[in-house]
Design a binder for this molecule. Structure first.
Ligand SMILES: [Zn+2]
Length: 144
């Protein structure tokens, strides 16, 4: 894939995600590390470079997801598919604790994804506390 196309694809993926990680919803503009364009199905499992297989992801979520596409649901220990940002709605699988610091899985896929991607990393919880104070939290009514 030529570099120019890759740059254009990256921009499309970031804009489609509204510049937020598609897993933890952290806005890219308030974190120090650059975000990645992540393969939902990895190339090793015949995942393609098409926009339908790409997700905008923070470094932490991308690193924890790696090549995984499934993980155990901590409630049942059954192996289930991870959240698929192109085919599923975030709010169907996840919710926020009342204080906005933790993501809770609302389905087997949601619970497995919270577990596998460690969506409640200590650094994210600290950042979410600050986002609540600054009215920048992804769950804020002003965000959607
Ligand atoms: Zn993330």
């Amino acid at each position: 894939m030529p570099e120019r196309v890759r740059v254009r694809t990256r921009g499309l993926v970031a804009e489609r995600a509204r510049f937020r990680c598609e897993y933890c919803l952290t806005p890219a503009g308030i974190t120090p590390s650059p975000y990645s364009v992540e393969h939902i199905f990895p190339r090793s499992e015949d995942g393609t470079d098409t926009p339908e297989n790409l997700a905008f992801s923070c470094q932490g979520c991308n690193g924890h997801k790696a090549a995984k596409t499934t993980a155990p649901d901590p409630a049942t220990r059954r192996i289930v598919p991870l959240f698929h940002p192109r085919r599923q709605q975030w709010s169907d699988h996840f919710g926020w604790t009342a204080d906005g610091t933790r993501i809770e899985g609302q389905s087997p896929t949601g619970r497995a994804t919270v577990f596998a991607l460690n969506l409640n990393r200590a650094g994210l919880q600290n950042l979410r506390r600050l986002m609540v104070l600054a009215d920048l939290h992804p769950a804020s009514p002003l965000r959607d």
